[in-house]
Design a protein around this ligand. Structure first.
Ligand code: GLP
Length: 247
């Protein structure tokens, strides 16, 4: 509660360590924690570090539940580019999380009804213990694109041009990036007991400063982290915090 705790670290390796410390502390305190799992480049080292700690017996992930943060719409379920596939390869598989301990977002049928049911199910199972999030260059969390109000529920969204451009690196070209997605809403995310935001690289400098030091409002969805009831930790590397690569 209160202001986010900002942990600045020199580089990606230190970010992975510091991030894994936060996740490990959550799991030590609540072995059956419900954890929202972002994909994206930034948390990958953190997930590798967690898997290494698990192999050494330092972290026990056997009882946690992993919750999907966001997903593109319109892909075949076996498409390698789904965010769920990425989550499976980077988090679920290395940490041996499967079956009922995985909570997936709805992707078809009556989406508004299914997303509302997802939020009710989240609440019924006690809410989110820890949300591991990355930061979009436009200030989004998950796919809560600007403008997003702080109470926004889980829902289908249309991606902004900025996000489509930023994510084209995973797809080859801009025209191949899906334009619609589903995301856990800012409302349920901000109701988590703890939030870990990981931010890396000089390209995130302006937005991380705007989120943590600029006006709080829908134009920078991540700025609402400063008004959430969660215990928020921001692990940010030198390049992102200072806007320059270390000398
Ligand atoms: C993507 C995803 C987010 C992710 C963010 C940052 O668009 N929707 O879940 O956290 O952008 O990604 P990265 O860590 O690759 O910069």
């Amino acid at each position: 509660m209160g202001d986010p705790r900002i942990v600045t670290v020199p580089d990606a390796a230190a970010l992975a360590e510091a991030g894994a410390d936060v996740v490990a502390a959550t799991i030590a305190a609540a072995p059956a924690a419900s954890v929202v799992v972002a994909t994206g480049t930034t948390p990958m080292g953190l997930y590798e570090e967690l898997a290494a700690r698990r192999r050494s017996g330092l972290v026990d992930t056997d009882a946690i539940t992993a919750i999907q943060l966001d997903e593109y719409l319109g892909l075949a379920p076996d498409d390698r580019r789904t965010l769920f596939g990425w989550m499976r390869r980077s988090f679920l598989h290395p940490l041996a999380i499967e079956g009922p301990r995985v909570l997936r977002l709805p992707l078809d049928g009556d989406l508004p009804a299914a997303c509302a049911a997802f939020d009710r199910a989240l609440e019924a199972r006690g809410g989110i213990d820890l949300a591991i999030l990355g930061l979009g260059t436009n200030g989004h969390l998950g796919f809560n694109e600007p403008p997003t109000e702080r109470w926004a529920p889980t829902r289908a969204v249309t991606l902004t041009d900025a996000t489509i451009r930023a994510n084209a690196r995973y797809w080859g070209k801009i025209a191949d990036v899906p334009s619609r997605a589903v995301t856990i809403g800012l409302g349920p995310l901000l109701s988590a007991r703890a939030i870990l935001l990981v931010v890396s690289g000089a390209a995130k400098h302006a937005i991380v400063r705007a989120a943590l030091e600029g006006p709080v409002g829908p134009e920078v969805p991540a700025s609402f982290l400063r008004e959430s009831g969660a215990e928020v930790t921001v692990v940010v590397d030198h390049a992102a915090w200072e806007g320059e690569e270390p000398t």
